[in-house]
Design a protein around this ligand. Structure first.
Ligand code: FAD
Length: 348
């Protein structure tokens, strides 16, 4: 199976496919696997993964990578799937942004939010400071230890990261256009508490409108609501606008798939297949009545999809589902040979 998207859903699909002895190859536009978990919030704890009362998003990805190791999936990272073509034998050829061609009887789109781009504030010279003090994603909070940070935004990311960095950074300033925030109420309350004790410098009804500095960002210009002349210059090492991601399906939107509200419509009464037989869509990228964009749901969809994909690839074979407690996790030929060698070694 060719899986487009190596987020948690795509990774877990490799495991479910592996149990059915289906070999997988994953393509992802990002340079590392893990999707949103790795790219947006690797150090944030997740609380709704069954069996894990709390797990960091980055650790969940590491565990998924460990779990699929026996099935030896192939990875093409840092390349975006651009085009798809159906061949006469019913299989598909997918070509990436770097021209790599992949051929498989089944294509599984686990593309999440699509090729996501951060929403950038309309500050004319912002591009000059990208990676020189301006970041749109916090990959490693420790990077900001002892530094001055200005965060902008009114949603969960801006609130949560302000709270988190208030223990790490020398100074955290949160700038938001309005007095009320869009994020979770308890995060709003926490920010307000931290502001009262001076751990977060909260600036509302204001916007960052300018950036200054020679080779690296040195200060931001904050404009307060009302008079255009009501501006202050705030010294800072980093400016992190967290205005969310603009979800774009990217090239997948032109593949002839039925799209609704920027997501791919699938048959959830059966197997998460799209309107094109042989192309499935699982995880955040799909939509159906009652859809929940949760990791848990992507895992479930992956398991159901694999059963249908197996029947499509091997129409004459009957598969009887076995519990992993009974079947174990047998890899492909390579790992089986290794296992045999181990046995021989231990007998000798
Ligand atoms: C801040 C935050 C907190 C969250 N907290 C939780 C939580 O507590 N619990 C929970 O269940 N969920 C949470 N979520 C949601 C969760 O992260 C998503 O449901 C999950 O990541 C979806 O997984 P996915 O594999 O379907 O898609 P994604 O994680 O989005 O991965 C999709 C991958 O597909 C790739 N891709 C897309 N198009 C292409 C293309 N054309 N070619 C190549 N690659 C492509 C992308 O680069 C990406 O890596 C949170 C999300 C955010 C942003």
């Amino acid at each position: 199976m060719l899986i487009i998207g190596a987020g948690p859903t795509g990774l877990f699909a490799v495991f479910e496919a592996g149990l059915l002895k289906l070999k997988c190859h994953l393509i992802d536009a990002l340079p590392q696997p893990g999707g949103q978990c790795s790219e947006i919030y690797p150090k944030k704890p997740i609380y709704d993964i069954p069996g894990f009362p709390e797990v960091l998003a980055g650790d969940l990805v590491n565990n998924l990578m460990e779990q699929i190791k026996p099935f030896e999936p192939g990875f093409t990272l840092g390349e975006r799937a651009e085009t798809i073509e159906k061949l006469e034998d019913g299989s598909f050829v997918v070509i990436t942004s770097r021209g790599t061609k992949h051929n498989a009887p089944v294509v599984v789109i686990a593309g999440g939010l699509g090729s996501f781009e951060p929403r950038k504030p309309p500050i004319t010279n912002i591009a000059n400071y990208e990676d020189k003090g301006v970041a749109y994603i916090i990959r490693e909070p420790e990077f900001y230890r002892g530094k001055k940070v200005v965060i902008a935004g009114g949603g969960d990311s801006a609130l949560d990261w302000s709270i988190f960095l208030s223990d790490i950074a020398e100074e955290v300033t949160l700038v938001h256009r309005r007095n009320d925030f869009r994020g979770a109420l308890d995060s709003v309350e926490k920010v307000s508490e931290l502001s009262k004790i001076g751990k977060i410098n909260l600036v509302t009804e204001a916007e960052v409108v300018g950036l200054q500095g020679e080779d690296h960002l040195e200060s931001v210009v904050i404009r307060h609501k009302g008079e255009a002349s009501d501006e202050e210059i705030k010294e800072t090492d980093y400016f992190i606008p967290l205005f969310g991601l603009s979800p774009k399906l990217g090239p997948i939107a032109n593949w002839g798939l039925e799209i609704e509200k920027n997501a791919i419509k699938v048959d959830n009464s059966y197997d998460y297949q799209t309107n094109i037989p042989g192309i499935y869509a699982i995880g955040d990228v799909n939509t159906y009545r009652g859809k929940l964009k949760l990791i848990l749901c992507g895992f479930h969809e992956a398991a159901i999809m694999c059963q249908s994909a197996y029947q499509r690839i091997f129409p004459d074979k009957k598969y009887v589902m076995k519990y992993t407690t009974v079947s174990g996790v047998n890899g492909f030929d390579g790992s089986k040979k290794e296992a045999k060698r181990e046995v021989v070694k231990s007998i000798n």
